[in-house]
Design a protein around this ligand. Structure first.
Ligand SMILES: Cc1cc2nc3c(=O)[nH]c(=O)nc-3n(C[C@H](O)[C@H](O)[C@H](O)COP(=O)(O)OP(=O)(O)OC[C@H]3O[C@@H](n4cnc5c(N)ncnc54)[C@H](O)[C@@H]3O)c2cc1C
Ligand SMILES: C[S@@+](CC[C@H](N)C(=O)[O-])C[C@H]1O[C@@H](n2cnc3c(N)ncnc32)[C@H](O)[C@@H]1O
Length: 620
């Protein structure tokens, strides 16, 4: 359950220092936001020097506010010839600015280009983590919307530098108290630094008690002093075994499967500096399930905003951003028909989802609908094969087609894949299994929990009705742009029949008619396509490491994993929605980067959850 976001009210009456009437404080020093960022936060954390030569550097900030510290850090990174390969800036914010307020705050920005990019990427104000990518993925802003007290507990990351920037401790004590600082210290490792303009004694005492060496440094005039600290605990805290990076430092990876899952992993890994080889049994990419001619993507709205709704929302927003970044042609906007829109209406969030009456939905769809609908402006429809190919092309991955992997083996620090003749077809320190339902023989007992489900789509070349936007409900309909429609889809568990079935075409036509609100008789011949979905019992994907031999832990975060091996599969009917976020999760788990979703969502998609649930049911 997450709390809906209340945006900030900003007082711009003094343009030099925007202020928050709610907190009775200003967003930055009168000396200037960038001057403060450079002196206090960058200088106080030894930047840019400390990131030089590093592969990745992680900044963790409390209070994103106007984003000035982020922009200043990005700017200094940009200008530094010895900059780290990747900068990840994680910031939590309870009251984010509305887009127009953010534009106003940066109207006279000394960094207009960067401010413009931030504005263009500004997400809908929905709770949770929003991974936003800049500089072709070399700079990431992981923006957590919600209360720092909840979000810091859920972040999975190791920070190199901490910016403490709540409003003044006297006005905003909850951003500085022992409990919050303790949550921050959980994300520190020996050598992590922290800085702030505040010299509050209770804060400094709390930092010292948590294992920081706390010093004073010259402040930004007129403030005489500021705080600079370094984490030097007497005992190095142990990280939970299940959250350890699976292939830290890997520069090469092999990925099984050139469908949506494999392509998304290749793209995210390549952005993180890993050269990928994708091994594919068929003669090209996206020829299995991901070869459908069209499919939908959108979020989910549930009154309780549970793990499914939150994961689907994060995934749909990630897809929206990636599709835009790739410049992939797609149909934007999607209507999801509902029998009623109960309490969930309170989950409306500008730019993410909008509740429409039946009349409003009818106007969008271009037909008379009897039901209300959710409208997802950032959802839509696209060609999954084109999406797969675009991700692969952007990743620069090497593609080995016609290569079926029949076994995997670990030799020292390297995984190798064997082909049909037993010869090695590829090897690397990191192996990702993203082969959809056809890789089940490689998964061993884990595969036994997964359902393979046949699905058939129908194509009407001359459609009696083409929805103006993609529409989903009991089935779906997507205009093909040439007077035809794709509609579907059937669901048959455990059915491996590859040929088109007339009964299934009839079922799909009936669904299409129900969506249109009337029976529709197609004029021309019908075509279609058959594919298979791989589905976990709880209908969430399987993304993460597999268990190392030995005792099974009773918590996923404590379960030791096999080094260098990740699973990314079980995409059910949501391969288009989930791929982008799944790829980012794989890269983060492999390399130990900040995870783009909260800890409870990591557990929700952990492949080992299925075995853990079985053990719990058996009382083991
Ligand atoms: C009828 C139907 C409609 C759908 N509609 C939608 C929709 O509207 N929106 C949506 O988001 N999703 C939809 N889906 C689901 C979506 O198509 C899948 O979730 C997605 O394609 C799965 O992608 P994948 O990469 O996991 O698997 P695949 O696309 O099957 O790719 C796996 C690849 O791995 C290769 N491979 C497997 N094993 C090996 C091996 N041992 N060695 C080498 N290569 C191997 C396979 O040849 C294959 O190319 C639909 C699915 C169906 C069937
Ligand atoms: C001084 S401003 C941050 C300025 C910002 N770092 C910048 O560079 O523009 C403090 C921010 O902390 C946020 N904040 C206050 N209480 C919070 C809480 N409990 N959780 C998360 N953010 C909070 C405020 O909404 C405000 O945006």
């Amino acid at each position: 359950m997450s709390t809906p976001i209340t945006p900030a009210q900003v007082d711009f009456s003094d343009p030099a220092v925007p202020a928050s009437p709610a907190f009775g404080d200003v967003y930055h020093a009168r000396a200037g936001a960038l001057a403060q960022a450079r002196h206090v936060f960058l200088g106080g954390n030894g930047l840019p020097g400390r990131w030089q030569g590093r592969r990745c550097f992680v900044v963790l900030e409390t209070g994103f506010g106007l984003g000035n510290n982020f922009l200043a850090t990005w700017d200094v990174w940009r200008q530094d010839p010895a900059r780290c390969e990747r900068l990840v800036f994680v910031s939590v914010e309870k009251h984010p600015l509305r887009r127009d307020d953010l534009a106003r705050a940066h109207a006279a920005s000394p960094l207009p280009d960067l401010a413009q990019q931030l504005l263009a990427a500004w997400p809908p104000l929905t709770p949770g983590l929003h991974p936003l990518h800049f500089e072709g993925g070399r700079v990431e802003l992981l923006l957590g919307l919600g209360d720092a007290r909840e979000l810091l507990r859920e972040l999975v990351l190791q920070a190199d530098a901490i910016y403490l920037d709540g409003f003044a401790p006297s006005r905003n004590p909850e951003m500085w108290d022992e409990w919050l600082l303790k949550q921050l210290a959980r994300h520190a490792a020996p050598g992590t630094t922290a800085a702030t303009w505040s010299v509050s004694r209770p804060m400094r005492r709390a930092l010292a008690a948590l294992g920081f060496e706390v010093g004073l440094a010259p402040g930004l005039a007129p403030k005489p002093e500021m705080t600079a600290a370094r984490f030097a605990p007497r005992h190095t805290p142990r990280r939970p075994a299940g959250r350890a990076p699976l292939a830290p430092g890997a520069r090469e990876a092999v990925i099984v499967g050139a469908g949506l899952a494999g392509a998304a992993c290749a793209l995210a890994l390549s952005r993180a500096g890993v050269a990928c080889t994708v091994v594919e049994a068929l003669s090209g990419p996206a020829q299995a399930s991901s070869g459908n001619p069209a499919g939908l993507f959108h979020g989910t709205v549930n009154p309780d905003d549970g793990p499914h709704a939150r994961f689907n929302r994060a995934a749909a927003l990630a897809t929206q951003r990636l599709v835009a970044a790739l410049g992939l042609p797609h149909q934007a906007g999607l209507l999801r028909l509902e029998t009623r829109l109960p309490l969930a209406a309170m989950r409306e969030a500008e730019g993410y989802v909008q509740a429409l009456s039946a009349a409003e939905a009818s106007a969008r769809a271009g037909t008379t609908l009897a039901q209300p609908a959710w409208f997802y402006p950032g959802g839509g429809a696209l060609d999954p094969a084109a999406y797969t190919r675009a991700m692969l092309a952007a990743s620069g991955a090497a593609l080995q087609t016609g290569c079926q992997a029949t076994a995997l083996q670990r030799d020292g620090d390297v995984w190798s894949l064997q082909g049909r003749d037993g010869a090695c077809i590829a090897r690397a320190p990191l192996l990702v299994l993203a082969g959809g339902h056809q890789q089940l023989p490689l998964l061993g007992p884990l595969g036994a929990d997964l359902q393979v489900q046949r699905g058939q789509l129908t194509h009407l070349a001359e459609a009696p009705w083409c929805p103006a936007v993609p529409i989903a409900g009991d089935g779906y309909a997507i205009a093909d742009g040439q007077g035809g429609v794709w509609c579907g889809a059937t669901t048959q568990d455990g059915d491996l029949e590859p040929g088109l079935r007339a009964d299934d075409q009839a079922d799909n036509l009936a669904r299409y008619g129900r969506l249109a609100g009337r029976a529709l008789a197609p004029a021309g011949p019908l075509a279609g396509r058959v594919g298979w979905r791989l589905i976990a019992p709880d209908r969430l994907p399987l993304i993460g490491g597999l268990a190392a031999p030995g005792n099974a832990a009773d918590q996923l975060r404590l379960q030791p994993r096999l080094p260098g091996l990740l699973l990314c599969t079980g995409f059910a009917s949501r391969g288009i929605y989930w791929a982008a976020l799944a790829g980012q999760l794989v890269a983060a788990q492999a390399l130990g980067l900040p995870r783009p979703v909260e800890a409870d969502l990591l557990d929700a998609v952990d492949p080992l959850r299925l075995a853990l649930r079985q053990r719990r049911r058996r009382g083991g």
